[in-house]
Design a protein around this ligand. Sequence first.
Ligand SMILES: Cc1ncc(COP(=O)(O)O)c(C=O)c1O
Length: 491
Amino acid sequence: MANAISLNNHDDEVMIDISANPAREPVAKPALLSVEEAKALDVAKMTDLFTRHLNPGQLHFMKLLGFHKVKIERAEGMYYYDQNGRKILDFFGGFGSLALGHNHPRILDARRKFQDENRQEIAIAFMSQYATALAHNLAACSPGELDMVFLGSSGSEAMEAAIKVAERAAGPKRPKIVYAENSFHGKTKGVLSITDGSLYRGEFKLVDNTVKVPFGDIDAIEMAFRTDPEIGVIVLETVQGGGGIIQADTAFWQRLRELCDKYGVLWVADEVQCGFGRTGKFYAFEHHGVVPDVTALAKSLGGGKSAMGAMIAKRDVYMKAYGTPKTAMIHAMATFGGIGEACVTSIEAMNVLYDEHLIDNSANTGDYLLSRLKELQVRYPSLLKDVRGQGMMIGIEFHDLSKTMPLVLRPVVAMLDDKLKGSLPGFIGSHLLRDHGVLVAFTEYNRNVIRLEPPLICEKRHVDDFITAFDEVMSRGIVRIVKDFVAAQVK
Ligand SMILES: Cc1ncc(COP(=O)(O)O)c(C=O)c1O
C-alpha cells in the first residue's frame, strides 16, 4: 500500500494508511537513541550528554572524586563491574537501597515471570492483586496496629503521605509539625519543609508551621509539646542517615512514645533509609520496644530493582484521615501507586529478606564490621574520630582536617576547617575506588562522615576485603593521602 506505515500491535502486523489525509505529514521521529545505543555510550559521550542534559554542576564533584571515569556495565550481588571488567565492591549500597544486593536472582525471576505472563501494571480502575498482597505483607511485618498502607514510588512520596495522614488525623487545630536538626526526609516541597538542609532548601517558599528541635533531645521535645498546643505531629528518622549515622537511646524513644500519648501528638518514624532490616530488625524502632503512629519505607523495599515507597499507618490514624467515602480520595494512590511489577518485586524482596535470614545477617555481619573498624580507630587515632552504627548502617567520622595535620600546619589549616569539611572523606573515598575498587558513600550534613550501607547479603569476607583496603589507605598517613589526591587532580 502506498503511503502506508506498518505498526506491530503484538499479534499482527498492521498497515496504517496515512494517505487518507494528504494534508497531514506523518510525525517525523526525532534523533532518538535506541536502547542498544544507550548501553553502548562511552564515558566521553556520557559526560557530554550529562553536561548538556542532566546536571553540569554535579559532574564537577564526580570529577573531583574520579567517579566520572567509571562506566558500570553490569552489577551482581555485592559488586559492580565497570567497562574494563574491574570489580567494584559496593559498600555504598545506593544509600540503603540494595538490601538484597544487585540483581538478586529471585527478584529477576519474579519480574521475568510477571512479564512473560503479560500481567497488568496500572492499578487505577480495578483492584490490584499485587498491591493488596504487598499491603498485606507490609502489615504482617509491622508491629502493633500499623496496618494501613499507601503505596508510592519514592521515599519522598511515602513521607509526604505520612505527614499528610498524620496532619489530617491530628486535626485542623493542631497543624504544627516538629522535626529534628540535621534531618533528611526528601526533596518534594512538603517534606523539604522538615528537611534541615540549607543546601536542599535553596530559597524555596516552604510549608509553614514547623518547629525544629535538636535530634535526641527529649527535654526540648517535652518543652515544645507542653508550650505549644498547636503541635500535632513529630517526624523523626529513627537513625539519622544524612546527619552522619546518629542514633538516640532506648530511653529517648520510650519517653517520646509516652510524651506523644500524653500530649496527643502523632509520631511519624521515617524508616526510608534505616528500615527493611538494615539495622538488624525490620524497623529500627523495634530495637526500642516502641511503635510509632505512622512510618514509611522505600529504598530497599524495591528489591534493588524497582521504585517503591510505602507509608504504613495505624488503622485508627488512617481512618480518621481518610476513612469515609467522602475523604477516601483525598490522598488515594497516584498513577504509579501500586504498579504491578514494582509490587511483585517488593513482595518477592520481602520474602527473600526472611528466607535468606538477611536481617540476622545484617546484625551479625554489622557487629563484625563495627568491631574491625574499632580496631582501626585504635590504630589511626589521629585520623579516625569515631566509628558508630548498627547492622549494615555504619558511620566512620574523621577529625577535622587541621587535627590530622602535622603540628606546624595545624593553625593555618584550622582556619579552613569548616570549608574543608568533607575533603578527607572525599580523598579517602576516591583512593578506595581508584586503588582498591571499593565504593563508599558520603554524608550531607556532617561531611566528615563516610557512610557504609552495604547490601545485607554482605559476608565476613567482604568486610575483610573492605577493611584491608581501608587499612591500606589509612596507613599512607595524611600527607600522602592529600598528595595522592592532588596528584590525581593534575594528571
Ligand atoms: C530518611 C530518608 N527519608 C526520605 C528520603 C527520600 O527518599 P527518596 O530519595 O526516595 O525520595 C531519603 C532519601 O535518601 C531518606 O534517606
